[in-house]
Design a protein around this ligand. Structure first.
Ligand SMILES: [Zn+2]
Ligand SMILES: [Zn+2]
Length: 753
């Protein structure tokens, strides 16, 4: 055969067992040649005929490894090279990497079976992985994904591990994270003062389980960072964790030992089950039932839901197999700072929180929180996009010839990095008010610049220049001499959905409904209840929620009673006087008279309704009022919905009138909270449809944190279907400010006004 063909494959093809798969497939095709990773994916050379090469490529696409995603492939004839055999050759050392970073994969079922099997070499080995599972992004130092480029470089494989690694028939053939108890990662159990309790690998887990059962709080180092854990059925332990972590009431997540155990406590849908068992192994928010046996009141006070997950790593799986009952597992940090992933930092910063520490010696390069999602009927709503999801973003049409960093927003910070034709949307970092979060976010950007050897040429920031992300963006622009552009917050949200759904070339006009807490508007008012149109690469503001006073700056988001105060006229305010002290009352009454700052925020509208219905006057954690209002509305699911603004024709959503109607229904007509809460959400959903009709638009794109509300999303889907309107929401990204960085990039690439 005097022909040589080159096959180039792009997509998620590294750290997923792609080369060993190619090797075995090539053997079965009796091909001779090579396979390697190069700058833009996997590259194969082989001596064969064109028809056989085509057949080979078709087979690759059909039977690719489970975790692989192929985004493109090419087949070309190249000048003839004679090969004697088929071999996997080491990666080419190249400067420009144009492949996705592979996210972490939750432990697979085969590995789970192995660690539970007393006769298996990996029985209870807490770092069991294979080509289908294990950490990837979390331990990446540089690229391509080879053992020597990860934190695994410090562990030399023993002879049996090497044999597995070299055996084409083995599941761990070319598995870069391969290790076992005789050559791998070591655990250490330490008390709060740093004294070693045990280094005996065989009984550390048993001891940890014992401590958990005795009500102790343990900081456990997962491969993506520390988790603070305690018995989920022990309210005293949970309460102690709350006090020490300075987290009075924000919900905690719970790890269950198995799907069966979850099913005993919760009624879960097919989609929820799929998500729980996926390779992301996220926290899924489930509705509590009468059978829920964990201490729900301390896990998520005042909320009838629990965030539940299955073990994501062999370590947590081993622990849970022995524990056999649910444990609380919350990010290892002190309130407001980022998740800790380094042993010394954990020992120092968490010494007042944890009674014991379960450390190990694998270095975490990219710490990540657990991802969180929930379902509105069948629609998946991403609440936090992190471990298992970040940083890939596959499927964006990117035409960037310049290295670009979009800096995102402030409260739910992420950044989007374009070092080539790939788009990387970082994991969630958190609120940039905290210095440690800023540091983590900044360091991570710097790590990307080095990882890809790509100095930024364009920096995109929010129009709000006091955002820490904007401040840092300016610093980066100066440091790298990059061009800088400001992009309005809500237009970025809109662009994020348009980008996710490839709608920029739409011939039809699109309605953008962008509802969130706050963002600086073009008129220097605080936007948050916006209606835009998109047509021919232009975004225009159509209308908005009628402005009302923005009181007391940041305090307004923390105190729903202030939003209510602002939305009521003087006469109706008498109803809510008992929510304030006399001094407060006088101060706010005076403030509002001279106030000039206005807002259209729908987030605050939800707050005001929650306060009007006496659900929450002061938040004890972010978005508490909105969550509890949603919960309240869910309890009236079977009742009729009422459009509270049915008989009113309006250009702008009459925010104050809406609150007046709600207050009257509650205080004077004695209608139940649940019905009012549900009708309020229904009225908002209706307003979207009405405004779409008014503007003769058949495609609606929604974004912003408000669209994490399952009741709203469910109602909107039903209305849109009935009216034959296409409804688009964020899919792979969260609808909250986590999508701003991606939206900034999309806006910059596609919008011309
Ligand atoms: Zn596995
Ligand atoms: Zn080994």
């Amino acid at each position: 055969m005097n022909q040589t063909f080159k096959i180039q494959i792009q997509g998620r093809v590294q750290g997923v067992g792609f080369r060993p798969f190619i090797f075995n497939l090539a053997k079965s095709f009796q091909l001779k040649g090579t396979v390697s990773n190069n700058e833009s994916g996997v590259i194969i050379f082989c001596n064969t005929s064109e028809s056989k090469a085509t057949q080979f490529l078709e087979n690759i696409c059909h039977s690719k490894p489970k975790m692989a995603i192929i985004t493109s492939h090419t087949l070309t004839e190249v000048s003839f090279t004679n090969y004697d055999d088929f071999t996997i050759i080491p990666s080419e050392a190249t400067a420009k990497i144009t492949i996705p970073l592979t996210p972490d994969f939750a432990i697979c079922t085969t590995c789970k079976t192995e660690i539970a099997d007393t006769t298996n070499k990996r029985f209870q080995y807490p770092f069991t992985t294979c080509v289908n599972c294990g950490p990837r992004y979390a331990i990446t130092e540089t690229y391509p994904f080879e053992r020597a480029h990860t934190s695994m470089e410090n562990y030399t494989m023993c002879t049996t591990c090497v044999n597995e690694y070299e055996n084409p028939a083995d599941r761990r053939f070319h598995s870069q994270t391969n290790s076992c108890s005789s050559c791998g990662i070591q655990l250490e159990l330490v008390d709060g003062k740093g004294n070693t309790i045990s280094k005996r690998q065989e009984d550390i887990i048993t001891k940890t389980v014992e401590l958990l059962r005795n009500g102790k709080i343990i900081a456990i180092k997962n491969t993506s960072g520390y988790l603070l854990c305690c018995d989920a059925a022990n309210p005293t332990a949970i309460q102690t964790l709350r006090q020490r972590k300075k987290r009075p009431s924000k919900p905690f997540a719970v790890i269950y030992p198995s799907l069966k155990a979850i099913q005993k406590d919760f009624k879960i849908s097919f989609h929820e089950q799929q998500a729980l068992q996926s390779t992301v192994a996220p926290i899924v928010i489930l509705q509590n039932t009468k059978n829920t046996k964990i201490s729900t009141r301390t896990i998520a006070p005042n909320i009838e839901q629990t965030g539940v997950m299955l073990p994501s790593t062999a370590l947590m799986e081993t622990l849970m197999q022995q524990m056999q009952q649910p444990i609380v597992a919350t990010s290892g940090n002190i309130h407001g700072s980022p998740i800790i992933a380094d042993n010394d930092t954990a020992q120092k910063q968490l010494q007042t929180v944890a009674d014991y520490f379960l450390h190990h010696n694998l270095k975490v390069q990219f710490p990540q929180d657990d991802s969180v999602l929930k379902f509105s009927d069948e629609t998946e709503i991403i609440i936090r996009r992190s471990r298992g999801m970040a940083p890939n973003y596959l499927g964006a049409n990117i035409d960037a010839d310049k290295n670009t960093i979009a800096m995102g927003a402030h409260l739910k910070s992420t950044f989007t990095f374009v070092p080539n034709k790939q788009v990387y949307v970082s994991q969630y970092f958190g609120n940039l008010d905290a210095y440690e979060v800023v540091q983590r976010y900044e360091n991570c950007i710097q790590q990307y610049i080095e990882l890809f050897d790509a100095k930024p040429e364009i920096i995109l920031i929010d129009k709000h220049l006091q955002y820490q992300s904007s401040v840092l963006g300016s610093e980066f622009a100066e440091k790298y001499n990059a061009a800088i552009y400001e992009i309005q917050h809500h237009k970025a949200h809109f662009a994020s959905v348009l980008g996710e759904h490839h709608l920029f070339h739409s011939k039809e006009k699109i309605l953008g409904v962008i509802w969130d807490g706050t963002g600086l508007g073009d008129d220097y008012k605080i936007w948050g209840g916006e209606f835009f149109s998109y047509h021919h690469q232009k975004i225009e503001r159509l209308t908005h929620v009628d402005y009302y006073d923005w009181l007391a700056n940041d305090k307004m988001a923390k105190e729903p009673r202030l939003a209510l105060f602002s939305l009521l006229n003087e006469e109706d305010r008498a109803y809510i006087k008992d929510k304030f002290s006399n001094t407060e009352w006088n101060v706010y009454t005076k403030t509002i008279r001279s106030n000039t700052l206005q807002t259209s925020s729908v987030g605050r509208l939800f707050d005001a309704v929650a306060s009007a219905l006496d659900i929450t006057d002061i938040n004890t954690f972010e978005a508490e009022a909105a969550m509890r209002l949603e919960n309240c509305a869910q309890t009236s699911a079977n009742l009729e919905n009422v459009d509270l603004l049915a008989h009113i024709d309006y250009e702008k959503i009459p925010s104050k009138l809406l609150l007046k109607i709600i207050l009257k229904a509650y205080k004077e007509d004695g209608i139940s909270k649940a019905i009012i809460a549900r009708s309020f959400i229904y009225t908002l959903a209706k307003s979207i449809i009405k405004i779409a009709h008014k503007n003769d638009i058949k495609i609606i794109a929604c974004s912003g944190g408000v669209f994490q509300n399952t009741v709203l999303v469910s109602m909107l889907h039903k209305m849109a279907e009935k009216e034959e309107i296409k409804l688009k929401l964020n899919r792979k990204l969260s609808s909250n400010d986590e999508n701003i960085s991606f939206g900034q990039l999309m806006y910059y690439q596609h919008i011309k006004n």
